[in-house]
Unconditional design. Structure first.
Length: 296
């Protein structure tokens, strides 16, 4: 179902972007949205209590492009609150998001819209991890994402495209979640609107080389995982329970005993646990292996 045609027939796409003290990285993210091949967009940037000159920078750039809308408040309230401010203000039929330290490739929105189908709750894509000197594509397959898939954190993705009303209907972002906020939001979308679709066309870049903390990084990872499990336990299959038991052990940096591992190992979680175990027991070897693979 192609939605990209003559400009006057193109649906408006809203892009939400929370930001906090990332002025030096923010320009790259903003430019990547404004340079999209798909032009009928609005960019809603929420300044979450920045103190590094971000507010002044945003006031200046919004004068240069009428597609930019800026929302600012003095006290930081968190990325989820900021995203919800933008979603509530969005005018687009469709909506997607971008973290202020990441980047859209020029075809991002066009690619997702061309893949859109009414039978899916949202469309997402493969992505790139950018390490500064190298870049690696992640999970470049076309797959449907079921509730069982998302509950086991399969085909995980930081961003997606959906109808704006769908995101509002599903409750937007939970400000009480200390981590796992994207995962939580996408799970509720699938519960309320049905299965999703991931396409192989990688158009989102996660940058890891900068020094600042990513929005998704938190000292409360374990708490976030436990809340997620408690929140969606009634929807989980036995396989989901096993996968999340192993995932929680990894978050806790805890090696599992042989009997516990045998009880919970699945085809989906074995590789993740093996990576964790090797990293814990053979860090020098793993570090060397990763440095070699990043250069390939």
């Amino acid at each position: 179902m192609k939605l990209v045609s003559a400009k006057d027939k193109q649906p408006l796409v809203s892009v939400y972007m929370p930001t906090h003290n990332r002025k030096q990285l923010l320009k790259r993210a903003v430019d990547s949205v404004l340079s999209q091949s798909y032009e009928n967009i609005e960019l809603l940037i929420v300044n979450d209590g920045s103190t590094d000159g971000t507010k002044e920078f945003l006031e200046e750039i919004k004068k240069q492009d009428s597609r930019i809308k800026v929302f600012s408040y003095d006290e930081a309230k968190g990325a989820c609150y900021a995203r919800n401010v933008a979603i509530e203000a969005a005018s687009g039929e469709f909506i997607t998001g971008l973290d202020d330290d990441d980047e859209f490739l020029p075809n991002r929105i066009e690619s997702l819209l061309n893949a859109y189908d009414e039978k899916y709750s949202f469309i997402t894509s493969a992505l790139y991890w950018d390490y500064g000197k190298s870049r690696r594509i992640v999970d470049s397959r076309d797959v449907e994402i079921t509730l069982e898939d998302v509950l086991s954190h399969k085909f995980a993705t930081p961003q997606m495209l959906t109808k704006t009303q769908y995101l509002k209907d599903s409750g937007m972002f939970d400000t009480d979640m200390p981590t796992c906020q994207d995962w939580d939001a996408w799970t509720r979308l699938i519960i309320t609107k049905g299965k999703a679709k991931k396409i192989s066309d990688a158009s989102y870049v996660i940058h890891t080389a900068h020094d600042g903390k990513r929005i998704s990084v938190s000292s409360r990872k374990v708490e976030g995982m436990k809340r997620f499990i408690q929140k969606f336990e009634r929807y989980m299959t036995p396989t989901n329970h096993k996968d999340l038991c192993v995932a929680l052990a990894i978050k806790e940096q805890r090696s599992m005993g042989v009997l516990e591992l045998m009880k919970n190992v699945t085809q989906n979680n074995f590789r993740n646990y093996l990576k964790f175990w090797l990293d814990k027991r053979l860090p020098l070897f793993v570090g060397l292996f990763r440095s070699v693979t990043k250069r390939q």
